[in-house]
Design a protein around this ligand. Structure first.
Ligand SMILES: Nc1ncnc2c1ncn2[C@@H]1O[C@H](COP(=O)(O)OP(=O)(O)O)[C@@H](O)[C@H]1O
Ligand SMILES: [Mg+2]
Length: 257
């Protein structure tokens, strides 16, 4: 059985895409078979972290417009993780596929103008799990609530809701959390990102857990190194001992046991 893990946040820039990509890399290194799907059709980006060019093949958009089967839009990016891990970490035994969304302006405009068939997206995600015999399906989403975020929450076995320690994020997070609860997601984990490095992580996690009556999967500090990398790669592989990477592994342990 494939486990569906959806990454959400009410506001943008919380780190969904970076956290999802690094979680994916760790899962592959654990020997899991997984696919990452970019359902942030309005502002796709996760392909960048895997050094993938969506225009080199078919995308999620092509599938949604009936131009290809969903598995034909999957790029095998396992090698990116193997390269990123370097020699000492050893080769990944798992497999990582990426279904990117189109970065062409006309394609993005078409989705915004005409929409798409949400049921087809659902069917595509399910078909991908079967066709690629996946252990995990990771879904990266657009911030806020829209059709694709609703779908991904509805089908998720685990919903990861990212938030920053910022008053603007707090209220929105409650909305997303409420939605995930109503849709009866079996497991919900809050992920605090961009925490001030001088904050007491355990205290902050305890406060947030109490406020939302929800589990906190990780408290990730704001880091200069991440800022410097600027989504240019998979940070947790390049610097496995960094606090960011330690928290990613903590999150992966919460997901994968
Ligand atoms: N812990 C962190 N420390 C510093 N910068 C971060 C951290 N997490 C994410 N970022 C940066 O924040 C920006 C937004 O991250 P991204 O993953 O694209 O968020 P989202 O997908 O939620 O919009 C990126 O430039 C990313 O490099
Ligand atoms: Mg994103």
């Amino acid at each position: 059985m494939t486990r569906v893990v959806a990454f959400h946040s009410y506001r943008g820039g919380t780190g969904k895409t970076n956290v999802a990509a690094n979680v994916a890399a760790e899962l592959v290194r654990r020997g899991r078979r997984l696919a990452v799907v970019d359902v942030d059709i309005q502002s796709p980006g996760i392909h960048v972290l895997f050094g993938c060019d969506p225009s080199a093949g078919s995308t999620l958009n092509d599938f949604l417009w009936g131009r290809c089967r969903v598995e034909e839009a999957a790029f095998d990016v396992t090698a990116t993780v193997e390269r990123g891990a370097g020699e000492p970490a050893g080769p990944a035994r798992g497999r990582l596929s990426l279904v990117p969304a189109s970065v062409r302006t006309a394609d993005i405009a078409r989705v915004l103008k005409e929409g798409y068939d949400v049921e087809m997206l659902n069917d595509g995600l399910m078909a991908l799990c079967r066709q690629l015999d996946l252990d995990y399906l990771l879904i990266d989403t657009h911030p806020g609530i829209n059709e694709e975020t609703l779908l991904s929450i509805a089908i998720a076995d685990i919903a990861l809701i990212l938030l920053r320690p910022d008053h603007q994020d707090y209220q929105g997070t409650a909305v997303t959390l409420e939605l995930a609860r109503r849709l009866e997601v079996p497991r919900i984990l809050l992920v605090v990102n961009k925490m001030h490095p001088e904050f007491d992580a355990a205290l902050l996690a305890a406060r947030i857990a109490e406020t939302y009556a929800a589990d906190v999967g990780a408290t990730i500090p704001m880091s200069d190194e991440m800022l410097r990398l600027g989504s240019g790669g998979l940070f947790s592989l390049a610097d496995p001992d960094h606090p960011f990477s330690v928290q990613i592994r903590r999150l992966v342990t919460a997901i994968d046991g």
